[in-house]
Unconditional design. Structure first.
Length: 304
Protein backbone atom coordinates (compact mmCIF):
# COMPACT_ATOMS: atom_id res chain seq x y z
CA UNK A 1 0.00 0.00 0.00
CA UNK A 2 1.17 3.49 -0.63
CA UNK A 3 3.08 5.39 2.04
CA UNK A 4 0.10 7.57 2.79
CA UNK A 5 -1.65 4.57 4.25
CA UNK A 6 1.31 2.94 5.95
CA UNK A 7 0.13 4.10 9.36
CA UNK A 8 -3.23 2.45 8.73
CA UNK A 9 -1.62 -0.80 7.69
CA UNK A 10 0.64 -0.84 10.72
CA UNK A 11 -2.29 -0.78 13.12
CA UNK A 12 -2.52 -4.06 14.97
CA UNK A 13 0.49 -5.59 13.24
CA UNK A 14 2.93 -4.88 16.08
CA UNK A 15 2.50 -8.17 17.86
CA UNK A 16 2.10 -10.43 14.81
CA UNK A 17 4.38 -13.47 15.05
CA UNK A 18 7.50 -13.90 12.93
CA UNK A 19 6.66 -15.92 9.83
CA UNK A 20 9.44 -16.91 7.44
CA UNK A 21 8.65 -18.43 4.05
CA UNK A 22 11.42 -20.36 2.31
CA UNK A 23 11.85 -19.76 -1.41
CA UNK A 24 12.79 -22.86 -3.37
CA UNK A 25 16.43 -22.56 -4.51
CA UNK A 26 17.14 -21.40 -8.05
CA UNK A 27 19.10 -24.58 -8.75
CA UNK A 28 20.60 -27.37 -6.63
CA UNK A 29 20.42 -26.36 -2.98
CA UNK A 30 23.62 -25.01 -1.53
CA UNK A 31 25.43 -24.55 -4.83
CA UNK A 32 28.38 -22.22 -4.42
CA UNK A 33 28.92 -18.93 -6.23
CA UNK A 34 28.45 -15.20 -6.04
CA UNK A 35 25.03 -15.19 -7.73
CA UNK A 36 21.52 -16.41 -7.11
CA UNK A 37 22.62 -20.06 -7.10
CA UNK A 38 24.68 -19.52 -3.94
CA UNK A 39 21.91 -17.72 -2.09
CA UNK A 40 18.92 -18.72 0.00
CA UNK A 41 15.99 -16.30 -0.13
CA UNK A 42 13.55 -15.92 2.76
CA UNK A 43 10.29 -13.98 2.59
CA UNK A 44 8.96 -12.35 5.72
CA UNK A 45 5.48 -10.80 5.71
CA UNK A 46 5.24 -7.39 7.41
CA UNK A 47 2.52 -4.80 8.10
CA UNK A 48 -0.68 -5.92 6.38
CA UNK A 49 0.55 -6.91 2.92
CA UNK A 50 4.25 -5.99 2.57
CA UNK A 51 7.04 -8.50 2.03
CA UNK A 52 10.55 -8.11 3.36
CA UNK A 53 13.27 -10.33 1.93
CA UNK A 54 16.41 -11.78 3.45
CA UNK A 55 19.02 -13.00 0.97
CA UNK A 56 21.57 -15.28 2.61
CA UNK A 57 24.94 -16.19 1.13
CA UNK A 58 25.05 -19.90 1.97
CA UNK A 59 28.85 -19.95 1.98
CA UNK A 60 29.56 -16.98 4.25
CA UNK A 61 26.32 -16.81 6.30
CA UNK A 62 26.19 -13.09 5.57
CA UNK A 63 22.87 -11.64 4.52
CA UNK A 64 21.23 -8.72 2.73
CA UNK A 65 17.74 -7.45 3.57
CA UNK A 66 15.39 -5.83 1.07
CA UNK A 67 12.88 -3.26 2.44
CA UNK A 68 13.02 -4.49 6.06
CA UNK A 69 10.23 -2.26 7.36
CA UNK A 70 9.78 -4.30 10.55
CA UNK A 71 13.27 -4.12 12.07
CA UNK A 72 12.44 -6.37 15.01
CA UNK A 73 11.16 -9.16 12.82
CA UNK A 74 14.19 -8.82 10.55
CA UNK A 75 16.65 -8.97 13.47
CA UNK A 76 14.78 -11.94 14.98
CA UNK A 77 14.97 -13.72 11.63
CA UNK A 78 18.74 -13.11 11.38
CA UNK A 79 19.23 -14.43 14.93
CA UNK A 80 17.09 -17.48 14.21
CA UNK A 81 19.12 -18.27 11.09
CA UNK A 82 22.49 -17.34 12.68
CA UNK A 83 23.37 -14.94 9.86
CA UNK A 84 25.07 -11.54 9.89
CA UNK A 85 23.05 -8.76 8.27
CA UNK A 86 25.55 -6.61 6.33
CA UNK A 87 23.35 -4.51 4.03
CA UNK A 88 19.84 -3.14 3.62
CA UNK A 89 18.62 -2.49 0.07
CA UNK A 90 15.82 0.10 -0.10
CA UNK A 91 13.70 0.04 -3.24
CA UNK A 92 12.09 3.43 -2.52
CA UNK A 93 11.63 5.92 0.26
CA UNK A 94 7.99 5.20 1.24
CA UNK A 95 7.77 4.38 4.94
CA UNK A 96 6.23 0.95 4.39
CA UNK A 97 9.57 0.02 2.77
CA UNK A 98 12.21 2.20 4.48
CA UNK A 99 10.58 2.46 7.91
CA UNK A 100 12.95 -0.06 9.54
CA UNK A 101 16.21 1.44 8.26
CA UNK A 102 16.98 3.74 11.19
CA UNK A 103 16.41 1.09 13.88
CA UNK A 104 18.52 -1.47 11.99
CA UNK A 105 21.34 1.06 11.46
CA UNK A 106 21.26 1.86 15.19
CA UNK A 107 21.39 -1.83 16.13
CA UNK A 108 24.14 -2.70 13.61
CA UNK A 109 26.66 0.17 13.35
CA UNK A 110 28.57 -1.27 10.37
CA UNK A 111 25.39 -1.89 8.33
CA UNK A 112 25.39 -0.53 4.78
CA UNK A 113 22.05 1.11 3.96
CA UNK A 114 21.50 1.45 0.23
CA UNK A 115 19.03 3.58 -1.74
CA UNK A 116 18.70 4.99 -5.24
CA UNK A 117 20.48 8.31 -5.65
CA UNK A 118 17.24 10.15 -6.44
CA UNK A 119 15.35 8.80 -3.39
CA UNK A 120 18.31 8.84 -0.95
CA UNK A 121 17.61 12.26 0.57
CA UNK A 122 14.13 11.08 1.54
CA UNK A 123 15.25 7.64 2.82
CA UNK A 124 16.39 7.16 6.44
CA UNK A 125 19.95 6.16 7.43
CA UNK A 126 21.37 5.87 3.90
CA UNK A 127 25.14 5.22 3.71
CA UNK A 128 25.35 4.33 0.01
CA UNK A 129 23.62 5.86 -3.00
CA UNK A 130 23.38 3.77 -6.15
CA UNK A 131 22.78 4.75 -9.76
CA UNK A 132 21.20 3.02 -12.74
CA UNK A 133 23.24 0.04 -14.00
CA UNK A 134 25.63 0.11 -11.06
CA UNK A 135 26.94 -3.36 -10.19
CA UNK A 136 27.56 -3.99 -6.50
CA UNK A 137 28.61 -6.81 -4.18
CA UNK A 138 26.90 -7.22 -0.83
CA UNK A 139 27.44 -10.25 1.40
CA UNK A 140 29.60 -11.68 -1.38
CA UNK A 141 26.62 -11.72 -3.77
CA UNK A 142 26.49 -9.84 -7.06
CA UNK A 143 23.69 -7.34 -7.67
CA UNK A 144 22.80 -5.07 -10.57
CA UNK A 145 20.92 -1.87 -9.71
CA UNK A 146 18.21 -0.81 -12.15
CA UNK A 147 16.63 2.64 -11.93
CA UNK A 148 12.90 1.96 -12.37
CA UNK A 149 11.19 5.29 -11.61
CA UNK A 150 7.47 6.14 -11.71
CA UNK A 151 6.03 4.96 -8.37
CA UNK A 152 8.74 7.25 -6.94
CA UNK A 153 11.27 9.16 -8.99
CA UNK A 154 14.24 7.37 -7.36
CA UNK A 155 12.83 3.83 -7.26
CA UNK A 156 15.54 1.19 -7.68
CA UNK A 157 15.09 -2.51 -8.47
CA UNK A 158 17.88 -4.84 -7.42
CA UNK A 159 18.74 -7.82 -9.59
CA UNK A 160 20.52 -10.69 -7.85
CA UNK A 161 22.48 -11.97 -10.80
CA UNK A 162 22.93 -15.63 -11.73
CA UNK A 163 21.49 -18.32 -14.00
CA UNK A 164 18.06 -17.84 -12.43
CA UNK A 165 18.25 -14.21 -11.33
CA UNK A 166 16.11 -12.75 -8.58
CA UNK A 167 14.53 -9.34 -9.20
CA UNK A 168 13.61 -7.33 -6.10
CA UNK A 169 11.35 -4.78 -7.74
CA UNK A 170 9.58 -3.11 -4.80
CA UNK A 171 6.49 -1.25 -6.01
CA UNK A 172 7.38 -1.02 -9.72
CA UNK A 173 6.27 -4.48 -10.85
CA UNK A 174 3.84 -6.69 -8.93
CA UNK A 175 2.65 -10.18 -9.72
CA UNK A 176 0.08 -9.45 -12.47
CA UNK A 177 0.27 -5.69 -11.89
CA UNK A 178 2.40 -2.61 -11.39
CA UNK A 179 2.73 0.25 -8.88
CA UNK A 180 0.77 3.48 -8.92
CA UNK A 181 2.27 6.24 -11.06
CA UNK A 182 2.88 8.56 -8.11
CA UNK A 183 5.96 10.42 -9.40
CA UNK A 184 6.03 9.58 -13.07
CA UNK A 185 3.94 9.36 -16.22
CA UNK A 186 2.79 6.42 -18.30
CA UNK A 187 5.92 6.96 -20.42
CA UNK A 188 8.09 6.65 -17.29
CA UNK A 189 6.41 3.36 -16.36
CA UNK A 190 6.75 2.02 -19.90
CA UNK A 191 10.49 2.77 -19.82
CA UNK A 192 10.87 1.08 -16.42
CA UNK A 193 8.91 -2.01 -17.48
CA UNK A 194 10.93 -2.17 -20.69
CA UNK A 195 14.08 -2.68 -18.60
CA UNK A 196 12.52 -5.82 -17.10
CA UNK A 197 11.70 -7.08 -20.60
CA UNK A 198 15.45 -7.36 -21.31
CA UNK A 199 15.99 -9.83 -18.42
CA UNK A 200 15.97 -13.63 -18.82
CA UNK A 201 12.48 -15.16 -18.67
CA UNK A 202 13.65 -17.37 -15.79
CA UNK A 203 14.06 -14.26 -13.61
CA UNK A 204 12.11 -14.69 -10.38
CA UNK A 205 10.00 -11.70 -9.39
CA UNK A 206 10.12 -10.70 -5.71
CA UNK A 207 7.83 -7.69 -5.33
CA UNK A 208 6.95 -5.45 -2.40
CA UNK A 209 3.32 -6.40 -1.75
CA UNK A 210 0.87 -9.28 -1.78
CA UNK A 211 -1.51 -7.77 -4.35
CA UNK A 212 -1.82 -10.78 -6.66
CA UNK A 213 -5.50 -11.66 -6.21
CA UNK A 214 -6.72 -8.09 -6.85
CA UNK A 215 -4.34 -7.71 -9.79
CA UNK A 216 -5.52 -10.95 -11.41
CA UNK A 217 -9.16 -9.91 -10.89
CA UNK A 218 -8.41 -6.71 -12.77
CA UNK A 219 -6.50 -8.58 -15.52
CA UNK A 220 -9.45 -10.96 -15.90
CA UNK A 221 -11.89 -8.04 -16.16
CA UNK A 222 -9.92 -6.91 -19.23
CA UNK A 223 -9.98 -10.42 -20.77
CA UNK A 224 -12.98 -12.24 -19.26
CA UNK A 225 -12.53 -15.38 -21.39
CA UNK A 226 -8.81 -15.85 -20.69
CA UNK A 227 -8.70 -19.33 -19.12
CA UNK A 228 -5.07 -19.01 -18.03
CA UNK A 229 -5.95 -15.93 -15.97
CA UNK A 230 -8.89 -17.80 -14.43
CA UNK A 231 -6.58 -20.66 -13.43
CA UNK A 232 -3.96 -18.31 -12.02
CA UNK A 233 -6.62 -16.47 -10.01
CA UNK A 234 -7.92 -19.75 -8.56
CA UNK A 235 -4.37 -20.80 -7.64
CA UNK A 236 -3.67 -17.44 -6.01
CA UNK A 237 -6.94 -17.53 -4.02
CA UNK A 238 -6.11 -21.04 -2.81
CA UNK A 239 -2.62 -19.99 -1.69
CA UNK A 240 -4.00 -16.97 0.16
CA UNK A 241 -6.65 -19.16 1.81
CA UNK A 242 -3.74 -21.18 3.21
CA UNK A 243 -1.96 -17.94 4.14
CA UNK A 244 0.86 -18.74 1.71
CA UNK A 245 2.55 -16.10 -0.46
CA UNK A 246 1.78 -16.01 -4.19
CA UNK A 247 5.33 -14.73 -4.72
CA UNK A 248 7.71 -15.23 -6.43
CA UNK A 249 6.46 -15.49 -9.97
CA UNK A 250 8.76 -15.54 -12.97
CA UNK A 251 9.19 -13.10 -15.81
CA UNK A 252 7.83 -15.83 -18.14
CA UNK A 253 4.62 -15.96 -16.07
CA UNK A 254 4.33 -12.17 -16.00
CA UNK A 255 4.61 -12.09 -19.79
CA UNK A 256 1.46 -14.27 -19.81
CA UNK A 257 -0.56 -12.59 -17.07
CA UNK A 258 0.58 -9.02 -16.37
CA UNK A 259 -1.48 -6.52 -18.41
CA UNK A 260 1.00 -3.68 -17.84
CA UNK A 261 4.10 -5.65 -18.79
CA UNK A 262 2.32 -7.15 -21.81
CA UNK A 263 1.19 -3.71 -22.96
CA UNK A 264 4.78 -2.40 -22.67
CA UNK A 265 6.03 -5.45 -24.58
CA UNK A 266 3.56 -4.76 -27.40
CA UNK A 267 4.77 -1.15 -27.62
CA UNK A 268 1.50 0.42 -26.44
CA UNK A 269 1.01 4.18 -26.61
CA UNK A 270 1.40 6.40 -23.53
CA UNK A 271 -2.36 6.93 -23.61
CA UNK A 272 -3.07 3.18 -23.61
CA UNK A 273 -0.76 2.67 -20.61
CA UNK A 274 -2.41 5.59 -18.87
CA UNK A 275 -5.90 4.15 -19.42
CA UNK A 276 -4.78 0.73 -18.21
CA UNK A 277 -3.52 2.24 -14.95
CA UNK A 278 -6.56 4.46 -14.51
CA UNK A 279 -8.73 1.38 -14.90
CA UNK A 280 -6.85 -0.34 -12.08
CA UNK A 281 -6.90 2.77 -9.87
CA UNK A 282 -10.69 2.84 -10.02
CA UNK A 283 -11.36 -0.92 -10.24
CA UNK A 284 -12.56 -1.20 -6.64
CA UNK A 285 -14.36 1.29 -4.41
CA UNK A 286 -11.39 1.37 -2.04
CA UNK A 287 -9.04 1.94 -4.98
CA UNK A 288 -11.19 4.82 -6.17
CA UNK A 289 -11.12 6.44 -2.72
CA UNK A 290 -7.32 6.03 -2.47
CA UNK A 291 -6.93 7.51 -5.96
CA UNK A 292 -9.07 10.47 -4.99
CA UNK A 293 -7.04 11.11 -1.80
CA UNK A 294 -3.74 10.84 -3.74
CA UNK A 295 -5.02 13.23 -6.41
CA UNK A 296 -5.97 15.81 -3.76
CA UNK A 297 -2.58 15.32 -2.06
CA UNK A 298 -0.63 15.79 -5.28
CA UNK A 299 -2.66 18.90 -6.10
CA UNK A 300 -1.44 20.55 -2.90
CA UNK A 301 2.05 18.97 -2.94
CA UNK A 302 3.05 18.43 -6.58
CA UNK A 303 6.52 17.09 -5.68
CA UNK A 304 5.38 14.77 -2.91
ZN1 LIG B 1 4.74 -0.12 -0.85
Amino acid sequence: MDALFAWFQGLGSEASPLQVHEVAPATAAGAAGAGAEGAAIKMIPALSDNYMYLIVNNATKQAVAVDPVDSKKMLDCCTMLSVDLVAVLTTHYHSDHSGGNAALAAALPSLEVVAGEKDADRTPAVTRRVADEERCHWAGLQFRCLATPCHTRGHISYLLEGQSPGLFCGDTLFVAGCGRFMEGTSATMKASLSKFLTLPETTRIFCGHEYTVGNLEYALSLEPSNTLLKERLQEACEKRRQQLPTIPSTLAEELQQNPFLRAAQKGCSDEEMSQLRRGKDTFTTLGTVITWVLDVKSFFKPDG
